[in-house]
Design a protein around this ligand. Structure first.
Ligand SMILES: [Zn+2]
Ligand SMILES: [Zn+2]
Length: 221
């Protein structure tokens, strides 16, 4: 594998996705309950490390371009939506250990982008080069005022100033970092080497399960 490729590996190591672009397009923190619930599903109910640390999910927006997996790997992949067959997020999961590998949002990501989760510890290993600094935190409406304030304080120490908080990305906002992030999602995947496919091509023909698991901890606010 050339050094410039990235990998996303499930917790048991049987599934590894190889991505021809090792540099994420954008990075943000996500505080939404869906990310939290998805993380609980990927950890088979173990509290995810970021939630114990009271951190947002470290979301990496990456090219929707994957080196075509071999047949053993393909046989270990499945897709699901949370709670609703019309939900915009399609999640790719490994059957071996249950890790949630990437998600594609039909409203914001498709067709050039997907997202992965960088702070799930041993439950998902992401290897990218040149991680950008996170631009903002999103869906902070799903956190309490105290938790949002604690996050600002922590970031002030870490980055010198707190990241912008976009409470609800479905409402109009002029926050420049958010506008920049959305623009990055519209960029066409590059490179697209021979033997690589998009998320849509990868999951073509897979049946989409609807997972109705509900973890109380993901909704305690
Ligand atoms: Zn696995
Ligand atoms: Zn989220």
């Amino acid at each position: 594998m050339p050094a410039e490729m990235a990998t996303i590996t499930c917790s048991c190591g049987a599934v590894q996705l190889t991505l021809p672009n090792a540099v994420p397009k954008y990075r943000c923190g996500c505080c939404c309950t869906e990310c939290l619930q998805r993380a609980y599903i990927g950890t088979n109910g173990t509290p995810p490390p970021f939630s114990l640390l009271e951190e947002p999910v470290d979301l990496l927006y990456i090219d929707s371009q994957i080196m075509r997996p071999d047949s053993d790997t393909l046989a270990r992949l499945s897709v699901f939506k949370l709670n609703d067959q019309d939900a915009p997020n399609i999640n790719l999961r490994s059957k071996c250990c249950g890790s949630v590998l990437v998600t594609e949002n039909s409203e914001f990501h498709r067709p050039h982008t997907m997202a992965t989760f960088n702070n799930l510890g041993s439950f998902l290993k992401c290897t990218f080069s040149d991680l950008p600094e996170p631009g903002f935190n999103v869906f902070t409406k799903d956190w309490t005022a105290e938790k949002r304030q604690a996050l600002r304080k922590k970031e002030k120490l870490q980055y010198g100033k707190p990241l912008p908080q976009v409470d609800d990305p479905r409402l109009p906002t002029n926050e420049p970092a958010f506008v920049e992030g959305i623009a990055a999602m519209q960029l066409e995947a590059n490179p697209k080497p021979e033997g690589s496919i998009s998320f849509a091509e990868l999951i073509d023909g897979m049946e989409i399960d609807v997972v109705a698991d509900y973890y109380d901890e993901a909704h305690h606010d």
